[in-house]
Design a binder for this molecule. Sequence first.
Ligand code: NAD
Ligand code: IPM
Ligand code: MN
Length: 351
Amino acid sequence: MTQRYSIALIPGDGIGQEVIPEGVRVLSALARRHGFSLELTEYPFGTDYYLAHGVMIPEEGFEALKRHDAIYLGAVGDPRKAPDHVTLRGLLIPLRQRFELYVNLRPARALKGVPTPLKGDPAFDFEVVRENAEGEYAGAGGALADEVAVQTAIFTRRGTERIARYALERARMRRGDLVVATKSNALQHGLVFWDRVIREVARDYPEVRLRFLHADALAAGMVKDPRAFDVILATNLLGDLLTDLAGALQGSLGIPASANLNPERRYPSMFEPVHGSAPDIAGKGIANPIAAFWAGAMMLEFLGEVEAARELFQAIEAVTAEGRVKTPDLGGTATTREVTEAVLSKLGVSA
Ligand code: NAD
Ligand code: IPM
Ligand code: MN
């Protein structure tokens, strides 16, 4: 019997509209080759939908999305049309919070053939496990008469324990090393609690080497010697900052991907590039689709199509290693489509 996966597509805004269709071409080719089928449903949620309907997504939109096996999302936000906090708090963040996508897994790997900004192009390979449902993004607070604003980070035992456990499991599967990003030297309530709960959970993982680094020093360390890291566990905001830094270390924000996971699979998990809608290059057809492909590969892996995911990773790296077809962010002149075609040809399928 053919395995079928029901995938919700939300291309969203800006280059999301350009990279998701390319990702779909690559994923569909893999599906044909590996004998599974992708049932794709596209949703129009995004800034234009908001301008037309007054909401980024209607309540029944969440219900519809819930019925899929996974969500493949491009990017959300177009500051020229609507304020970012309205669009992002209207769609992306609610999806992460309502669907309990509390893990945001963001691999950072130096791809062959892609120069990093670092001396000697070190071959690093680490993962950031970003807490994705609470912390600084909890949304608690308010503003009074435009004169004072309060935004409170919330760290719960349940939320901290579950992300700690996920990161420790991940470290155990990899090289057994976990660095926790903290700022407990300054944030004496929230992050002292964060450190303490993680230390408690880590007692169940004596085989994992555990270190706590203040996020400022960690950021510097990531630039000085990114090979020193295996798994990094970070709060929501610190993880956001560290993964754009990691993207720059990988040579471009057009490369890294992000898996928003509900490990218990009670809700569909959501796969997207780390990057945003890139208004500065949107509409030009030159966005790098690799981050979207990588996100697609993570989606296949999570769905259980491990072999197809591996092939896609290999095809991406075969293209970068060759260095012939690359978009302008990587110093080339190729279009988004040309990169897709190069990946398809490495997969042995004609475009
Ligand atoms: P951005 O990631 O969109 O762009 C930052 C820089 O990286 C830009 O110069 C852009 O051209 C470049 N870049 C990003 N992706 C690229 C790609 N695939 N190929 C080539 N170059 C690429 O960040 P920003 O400019 O701060 O944000 C733009 C909008 O996107 C804002 O509305 C922001 O809130 C939103 N955003 C959304 C998401 C998301 O939906 N997951 C993530 C980040 C930012
Ligand atoms: C990301 C983005 C989002 C975040 C924004 C757009 C709300 O930067 O996915 O990294 O901060 O999580
Ligand atoms: Mn970000």
